[in-house]
Design a binder for this molecule. Sequence first.
Ligand SMILES: Nc1nc2c(ncn2[C@@H]2O[C@H](COP(=O)(O)O[C@H]3[C@@H](O)[C@H](n4cnc5c(=O)[nH]c(N)nc54)O[C@@H]3COP(=O)(O)O)[C@@H](O)[C@H]2O)c(=O)[nH]1
Length: 738
Amino acid sequence: MQGEGGNSAREMRIDGDEIALRRRFLALGDTDVELLRRLHEVLPADGHGFTGAFYDMLRTYPPLAGLLRDDATVTRLRAAHERYFRELTAGRYDAAYVARRLEVGLTHARIGLEPKWYIGAFRAYLSAMMHTVWDRFDGRREDVLPTLDALLKIALFDLGLTLDTYFHADKRRIALRDRAIESSVNGIFIADAQQADYPLIYVNPAFERALGARTGAVLGQPCICRNHGDDGYAEIRHAIASGSEGTTVLELHREDAERRWVELFLAPVRNEADAITHYVGVLNDVTRRKDAEERLNHLASHDPLTGLPNRMLFHDRLRHAIARRNHGALAVLFLDLDRFKLVNDGYGHDVGDALLREVAARLSSCLRAEDTVARLGGDEFVVLIEDLPGAEFAATVAGKIAARLAEPVVIGGRTLPVSSSVGIALHPRDGSDPQTLLKNADTAMYRAKEAGRGGFCFYAGEMNAQAHRRLDLENGLRRALAEGQLEVHYQPQVSLADGRVSGVEALVRWRHPRDGMIGPAEFIPIAEETGLIVPLGEHVLRTACKQLADWDRRGLVVPRLAVNLSARQFRQPDLADRVCRILDEIGLSSSRLELEITESTVMRDADDSVETLRRLRARGISVAIDDFGTGYSSLSQLKRLPIDTLKIDRSFIEGIPGSAEDVAIVGAIAAMARSLGLKLVAEGVEHPAQRDFLRTVECEEAQGWLFGRPLPADVFVCNHASGRAVSPADGGAVASCA
Ligand SMILES: Nc1nc2c(ncn2[C@@H]2O[C@H](COP(=O)(O)O[C@H]3[C@@H](O)[C@H](n4cnc5c(=O)[nH]c(N)nc54)O[C@@H]3COP(=O)(O)O)[C@@H](O)[C@H]2O)c(=O)[nH]1
């Protein structure tokens, strides 16, 4: 079997056995073949004549009229048709016959001639043949009927082959389409739009490759086009919502984290009722294009020497930061290297370049990931700090930069002198747009240069003193701890029932070698921010515990020691262990210690706080809530806390007994403490009238200048050795003792 028909016969598995089977099923036996041959002999060799009327009829159907427009075509087709039907009765129904029939069928399928026209042609042929057979056999029933029967069988045999070629052509088309889709370099997927999450019901291998997924792993998974929160999907979400086509470029999130960018085209697939049943998506890998774009963008927006953002990108980031600023301020730091020109001119540009690269690296190391450092050109750098916790933070960063840049830079074996001057402008007070902020930071930088190299300067002059003071304290605090400049003073807490000292509160002070005594209100917040509060707090605790142990040895009665605990200390997971280690080290019972924690610290994360408080109390340490009344805790919150004492904040004591409001508040707090079984201590008691009022609301203890100010240990002893509370009138005794 040769030709397309032969190939088709093989593909359709129509071999000798199949031909025999089909003939048997149609009862097309040898007798029929004989009858058909007999008929063939009596039929005119030049045609049956039925095709003329048939083609006239076909030309009346609009879909065919176009195909059969000119007479020459019709004449050619008629001749082919006559040959086709003539072969029908020739009596050789072997493989070659079948191959020729299939070829005709395939040709018709290819040109789009539908089977209905084919069936119509057979009908016309058979109708015409009934007359022909009747005439040729003179209406003899014994000849006419078997011959027509044989004709019907062979016609149906042919018709069967023809219909099979149509199915086969369809299958071939579908198989070709499937192979083409499977071989496509574009990822293709089909998602079921009638189920939530649009599960993927088909994906081709290129799609799996693009996603880095194993074969079959993504089938049934939600379509990447559905419910995706990324901005890149906005267009796709819109396309889905409006039932239209959509396209977008997006980054794929692959399991192996390899970066891949794709262009996604998504189109709805509709059924006959025009409802969307599926989505078909095509992915085009555009990673290379995207990488090239990014390289170009990077080149256009970065300084080639240092790799830092350039002026354009800095402006852009600053503009965006100003636009989206919703919490915290912004700071722009303008930085210029002192004497850079000398390095460049003296040692050459290569050394100058290396120095600039080193400066860039040092600057980056001083900043948080979310800050921006850029090189404007020459030796000018700028820094953008977003979400500034406070203006002093900008000063801290500027100080850090100045210190880091002051460290010696060694290039090519030479140590280069480097220092910088930094100008700081804050948004919004020093400017509301990028140009103004940069200009003002630049002005401030010149002022810093004038004031002496290696420093920083705020644009708004009044901030300089404040910032420098803070930085000074921050730098000095470390030294203060190491050099023993921190002292602990003690303030008595007295029982309001009998005036006896019930405890002492340890309060830290900084004896600054230049500035004299500095109060904790100024340096504790800095210690808290820098983390120094942890060693500082432990220093206070250790010193105070040693003092108490010493008093014990000397027979002085101080029943309880209260020590303040900062928020950062309170959040230490091993707080109870740390405190107990110090108590053990000194040999002091934990029952003598009360830790004071502010109400706001405890309430910040109430669940964790409950756990920490529980651990402390399990070790026998008492807990007091300090500054109570300022943190807005409710009765129900308070009820949950495992604590011993409430210390009413000084601000409520100030107004009693004159202020009806303060009287009511202190009365309510006292009632609440009583109902919760907590001891109540009033802070900041300065006048006897306050003490007397506190007695009426059954407040157990008080602390304040009325009973004694915070004093160094030796002075405290002179004042309170008798265990009695001291009145302001005793001030002379304190002085003489000291
Ligand atoms: N984490 C730590 N915090 C500490 C430590 N030492 C002190 N502090 C906290 O610093 C804040 C200020 O303390 P200080 O300047 O020592 O003020 C205390 C008292 O001097 C003052 N006080 C006491 N009586 C009176 C008074 O009659 N009138 C008046 N005007 N002031 C008075 O109150 C402060 C005690 O406050 P409190 O701790 O809330 O009981 C302060 O918040 C300290 O807590 C430390 O080592 N670690």
